[in-house]
Design a protein around this ligand. Structure first.
Ligand code: FE
Length: 346
């Protein structure tokens, strides 16, 4: 876990040395919200500072890997100072829910801002931003008209041409969880088998590596989150620019259920010592100003309507979003693990 020096005072509290160390000589108890976050971009912190300026509530930030943070909150039990938990990927928010570390929030603001499919129905967690899991193709070897759906990647014409990262990756697990929900477990398994048969190589690397493999002609099509491509498109590095020139993104399943999206999201921790501050903070994070910063920091789509997109993301165009509720990604996860095992997808 990484401790942020700019918030050292708050971190002191979090590691249990006691709040008095933080208060200096101040007479009144400081208003705080303790954030355990598995998402980190520099601009996120700017945003937390803005919240403090607006409300006087200090944000104490503890960063870590999502599973580590969940374990830590479980371990701290009733003593946990955690108020808000932030994670990337609905599958991880589901794990937090299953671990019993979240409690439902009742908030008009959150319910009216975050679309129904992007939040846990009882209010245990809410989406902050969305990311589209798209097809990326080699522009010399593939015509966009040859592309259609995720399902189509399992058909014989793609034999030896598909790249995708490991099935243990949570983005793929969530994609398959959504497919189990939409087309059923049997069809998802048949698809996974066909996909594995079409692999150009054994799964390796992250999404950026898949884009580079497509650009290099190692494979003709891959499945990646849109922001990895957007990140390369904004890079000054010549190799990144070349990879972008050789590839393009495609929104699959536009003729039926829509393109699978995942979220980064947040939940109120069960037993949060500062629940009112926590809810104010969560509501702030879906405000237009915060949504713009949040989305821009990782080239994502805001959950709130009417918020400007990053220009590179905006150029990808409008698309139909698969409205399958994000909760199903985690709920179907046990089935997904069986499916990928049987399909031999490493
Ligand atoms: Fe990512």
């Amino acid at each position: 876990m990484k401790i942020n020096r700019r918030h050292l005072c708050g971190i002191t509290l979090l590691v249990g040395l006691g709040m008095t160390a933080c208060q200096g000589g101040s007479e009144e108890a400081e208003q705080v919200v303790n954030l355990y976050s598995a998402r980190h971009y520099d601009v996120d912190e700017q945003l937390y500072n803005e919240f403090t300026e607006e409300t006087g509530i200090q944000v104490n930030l503890l960063e870590g890997q999502p599973d580590e943070l969940i374990e830590r909150i479980v371990g701290e039990g009733e003593e946990s100072p955690a108020d808000v938990f932030i994670a990337v990927d609905a599958g991880r928010l589901w794990r937090a829910q299953e671990a019993g570390i979240l409690q439902p929030v009742e908030s008009e603001v959150l319910d009216s801002t975050v679309p129904e499919n992007l939040r846990e129905p009882s209010g245990l967690w809410y989406g902050l931003t969305t990311r589209a899991r798209m097809l990326v193709y080699n522009v010399d070897n593939v015509q966009p008209a040859e592309l259609s759906t995720y399902e189509n990647l399992a058909s014989p014409e793609w034999e030896g041409r598909v790249c995708i990262r490991s099935s243990s990756n949570v983005y793929n697990q969530s994609l398959l969880g959504s497919m189990v929900e939409s087309i059923g477990a049997e069809a998802t398994e048949a698809w996974a088998e066909g996909l594995v048969d079409n692999f150009a190589r054994d799964p390796e690397g992250g999404d950026t590596d898949q884009i580079k493999a497509v650009a290099a002609g190692q494979c003709d099509v891959a499945v990646v989150n849109h922001y990895y491509w957007a990140r390369l498109a904004k890079s000054d590095d010549a190799a990144d620019q070349e990879a972008v020139a050789k590839t393009a993104l495609f929104f699959p399943n536009q003729g039926d259920r829509g393109t699978h999206v995942n979220i980064s999201g947040m939940g109120l921790v069960a037993g949060a010592p500062n629940p009112e501050n926590a809810i104010a903070f969560m509501e702030f994070l879906v405000s237009p100003e915060a949504q713009e910063v949040f989305a821009e920091s990782n080239n994502e789509y805001p959950v709130a309507e009417g918020v400007a997109l990053d220009p590179v993301v905006s150029e990808l165009g409008d698309f139909k979003v698969d409205a399958t509720n994000v909760v199903t990604y985690g709920r179907n996860n046990p089935k997904v693990n069986e499916i990928v095992d049987r399909a031999g997808w490493e």
